[in-house]
Design a protein around this ligand. Structure first.
Ligand SMILES: N[C@@H](CCC(=O)N[C@@H](CS)C(=O)NCC(=O)O)C(=O)O
Length: 332
């Protein structure tokens, strides 16, 4: 994987630094500051920046499920006019994530063309992977946070006083339930598809795929009698699951060989997926064209780089989720 070494861009094998004995391990992230209404420390004492309209910007790629989580939360919380977005090209090339047009990153950083410029502006000696999403401070010209799990929690609360939106997708009372589901959904589903797709041994691949489909079976059963993961309330656990489900048949089934079953073959999971996809503002965060281009451009898993025409997806088909009690979200 091309990456920064002491602030210099080095090209190399995709994901090589994340491979151990033929199995893929995602690197931990390094910028973990917070944003709060008044700049007081974050929930675990993290250094925090104050919430201001127009000060922060998300640098994302539509292909990336972790980036999509942040776009979903931005849409659900009505932050479109408060937090700007820059969308990179879906292919991760020799220069890493690249913007078709130079992007205005604020007065200090000026225009940037590559994601790695955000990292070196924040830390001139940065060593490590350069990823999307990044939550960026335009004013100081540096990264606030590059961990999507943090970013969705920041967006969930930090700007409420500016928007008047008090929906809480990580409510105190449901945290134990949400946390309990988040862990296996991350390991076996969100990251499980990558462990399958990037495996370099038959054993690592089979372990990942078996675990993935075992978890999908569990989720299918759970969602046959629960509208959402935590019951009647839509929460961040649903956002985290949705981003993998929406990519499943379009990309993971083919490009990552996650093909024991299609998502379409799971009645509850596919209806659940369509309900959320059909909410206003969500489909704009789930660009199937970028997703297919992005995954099928990974040369070591698809050497011809041919992007398949199918499958035909019908995500606007009616869903049956009204049969279950649930509250959904406010209009977005
Ligand atoms: N922990 C990060 C992971 C983000 C991540 O791995 N993003 C991928 C794209 S889906 C990336 O940018 N990879 C670039 C690379 O591996 O060099 C998060 O959830 O925000």
């Amino acid at each position: 994987m091309p990456q920064l070494v002491d602030g210099k861009w080095e090209t190399g094998d995709v994901a090589a630094s994340e491979m151990k004995n033929g199995a893929f391990h995602r690197e931990p992230t390094s910028f973990r500051s917070w944003i709060t209404a008044d700049g007081s420390p974050g929930p675990e004492g993290q250094a925090a920046f104050p919430a201001e309209a127009g000060r922060y910007q998300l640098f994302v790629a539509f292909i990336c499920p972790w980036a999509s989580r942040t776009l979903m939360m931005r849409a659900l919380k009505g932050l479109q006019d408060i937090v700007a977005v820059s969308i990179s090209e879906p292919e991760l090339g020799e220069n890493g994530w690249t913007y078709q047009e130079p992007q205005d990153a604020g007065p200090r950083a000026g225009k940037i063309r590559y994601q790695h410029e955000l990292y070196t502006a924040s830390d001139p000696h940065y060593t490590g992977k350069v990823s999307v999403p990044v939550l960026w401070d335009r004013k100081q010209g540096r990264i606030v946070n590059n961990e999507s799990a943090d970013i969705i929690r920041i967006l969930n609360t930090a700007f409420n006083h500016l928007t008047g939106d008090s929906q809480d997708f990580y409510p105190q009372s449901l945290r134990p339930v949400i946390d309990r589901w988040n862990a296996p959904i991350y390991d076996r589903v969100n990251n499980g598809v990558y462990r399958a797709g990037f495996a370099r041994t038959q054993g690592a691949y089979e372990e990942a795929v078996t675990s993935l489909f075992g978890m999908l079976d569990t989720l299918e059963e759970h969602l046959s009698s629960n509208r959402y993961i935590a019951g009647t309330h839509f929460t961040e656990a649903d956002i985290r699951l949705f981003v993998t489900l929406i990519r499943f048949d379009a990309a993971y089934h083919g490009a990552f060989k996650c093909n024991l079953r299609r998502l379409e073959d799971y009645p509850s999971l596919s209806n659940y997926l369509r309900e959320i996809y059909q909410w206003p503002g969500i489909r704009e965060t789930a660009r199937i064209d970028h997703i297919k281009r992005g995954y099928y451009s990974i040369a070591h898993i698809n050497p011809t780089l041919i992007v398949p025409l199918g499958p035909e997806l019908d995500l606007d088909r009616p869903h049956d989720r009204e049969r279950l009690a649930g509250e959904g979200v406010m209009a977005v």
